[in-house]
Design a protein around this ligand. Structure first.
Ligand SMILES: Cc1cc2nc3c(=O)[nH]c(=O)nc-3n(C[C@H](O)[C@H](O)[C@H](O)COP(=O)(O)OP(=O)(O)OC[C@H]3O[C@@H](n4cnc5c(N)ncnc54)[C@H](O)[C@@H]3O)c2cc1C
Length: 453
């Protein structure tokens, strides 16, 4: 099929930069086209059906999503996010998947129809990386098959969870079982019956001298006695049904010891492994959301029923410039995300740490401004349910915090940069030494205070 797909002039590839197009393999060209057609024909037109069905049953996955998921799986469109170095992968690289993810992102729940939504993507990658074959059978395969969904549970209400060494929920490990007590914030709602497992990080060995060996990650079935959802957490006023975000109480929750992933005290090895592509999937999809906001702004620019002072909104110079800024910002942010994906492909997740942080810091912040301007161009309606703009803005806002706050990433990037200072000081000293040699050659007295060293 890919051999027949013309890339140039094809809307599915319109926003993909030339250097990325040059790297796309036939399988990727085929999948990008399929995802594009899927989102354009099956998902965007169904947005209002989704809303109507959700109104009827707030914590049940809308029937349209269930039907689309079945159809997408049959078309081989499930789990495209899982990079091609996993044996379970459908075969795309992170870079190729980024192109698909942006298109999925055009509708918030679009990725869910393709089993590429959060936290599933991070959880599936974690389970694929660290589970035993038996554990994979129990949790990984059903998740990849879309039989049920999962939650990731690390954050706590009374700990600074951006510093994961502080995670404090108690895990007492015996020969046969693990007994869990404490509170958790976030993790999808178990009000939705499809959500059947939590991947939970807790503290199993608080007195271990090495703070990196104190924690354990394990799977908790959602129906385990003692696990109570206290409430749904609204995010900036939205309940984000039908998945939502829960607050949880664990009271003597007992799970079999074999639910531990990798082994007791090894949660940080797992957390390190989770610092890969799952961290920027939100950013990839946010580019698609921003494109949507941008297009709505353009639609509004030439709305004949709305002509202040007799002119189209798009005829005002300030809006022409605004549109230019929005366009350039989205394109720049796409480059940041694609670079992170490519770096992970070429050098691995660890070496991609800087590029991942760069995405996490820059993309939501820059796109918040783009979406804000789209709302401004739209006027009053842009802040209402007449457009998806308020939800898109809220999504961008929460990406600044979800998967670790941008401040923590900035702190890490800054600390790493500070380590490079000594090298630059030595370089500056060499410039000064050479300058002194040149002064001698040209018979000049070296000026004082030239350079800083
Ligand atoms: C919509 C949404 C969905 C989420 N989903 C999940 C989920 O599924 N599972 C889950 O476990 N968690 C989830 N989270 C929680 C999120 O991962 C945490 O809120 C985040 O990691 C920060 O932890 P904290 O809230 O404990 O804040 P803290 O760690 O207390 O940090 C608070 C603030 O302190 C500042 N700060 C922290 N570290 C630094 C630093 N190094 N330098 C400078 N300033 C710093 C920042 O401003 C930061 O925002 C979600 C959050 C949101 C908003």
């Amino acid at each position: 099929m890919a051999a027949n797909i013309q890339i140039e002039g094809n809307p599915a590839f319109a926003r993909i930069p030339p250097w990325v197009k040059a790297k796309l393999r036939p399988i990727a060209i085929e999948k990008i086209q399929q995802v594009h057609d899927w989102i354009e024909h099956e998902v965007v037109p169904a947005e209002r059906i989704y809303k109507a069905q959700l109104k009827e049953a707030r914590w049940t996955t809308p029937a349209i999503v269930t039907e689309l998921r079945k159809k997408a799986k049959a078309q081989g469109l499930f789990n495209l996010f899982l990079p091609n170095h996993f044996e379970e992968s459908p075969g795309l690289t992170n870079l190729e998947y980024s192109c698909c993810a942006e298109i999925m992102g055009r509708v918030y729940w679009g990725a869910q129809t393709l089993n590429c939504h959060a936290p599933e993507t991070g959880n599936i990658e974690l389970l694929a990386k660290y589970c035993t074959p038996e554990q994979k059978k129990k949790w990984l395969h059903p998740l990849m098959n879309g039989d049920f969904s999962s939650a990731y549970s690390m954050t706590e209400p009374d700990r600074a969870s951006s510093d994961a060494t502080q995670v404090g929920i108690k895990m007492e490990i015996t020969d046969k079982e693990v007994i869990i007590n404490g509170r958790k914030l976030y993790g999808n709602c178990k009000y939705n019956e499809e959500m059947q497992i939590f991947i939970l990080m807790g503290c199993s060995d608080p007195d271990n001298k090495n703070p990196w060996n104190r924690h354990t990650t394990l799977v908790v079935p959602a129906n385990t006695p003692g696990l109570k959802q206290v409430r749904n957490l609204s995010i900036m006023g939205y309940d984000w049904a039908p998945e939502g975000h829960g607050e949880y109480l664990y009271e003597d929750v007992r799970v079999p010891r074999e639910n531990i992933i990798l082994g007791p005290g090894r949660a940080f090895e797992i957390a390190q492994g989770r610092l890969g592509p799952g961290r920027i999937h939100h950013c990839m999809r946010l580019i698609g959301q921003a494109e949507r906001a941008y297009e709505l702004a353009l639609v509004r620019c030439y709305e004949p029923r709305k002509k202040p002072r007799g002119k189209f909104i798009g005829e005002f110079d300030s809006n022409i410039e605004r549109i230019a800024e929005m366009r350039m910002t989205i394109d720049a942010m796409r480059l940041v995300v694609l670079n992170a994906a490519d770096t992970m492909d070429l050098q691995g997740n660890k070496a991609g740490r800087y590029a991942i942080a760069q995405s996490k810091i820059m993309v939501p912040n820059a796109l918040l401004k783009v979406i804000d301007e789209a709302m401004q161009i739209y006027g009053g309606q842009g802040l209402t349910q007449h457009t998806p703009l308020p939800e898109i803005w809220t999504y961008a806002r929460f990406v600044r915090v979800a998967d670790g706050p941008d401040s923590a990433h900035r702190h890490q990037v800054g600390r790493d940069q500070m380590k490079t200072a000594q090298g630059f000081r030595e370089r500056a000293e060499k410039y000064t030494a050479r300058y002194k040699e040149l002064c001698k050659k040209w018979n000049l007295e070296p000026e004082e205070f030239i350079g800083i060293v």
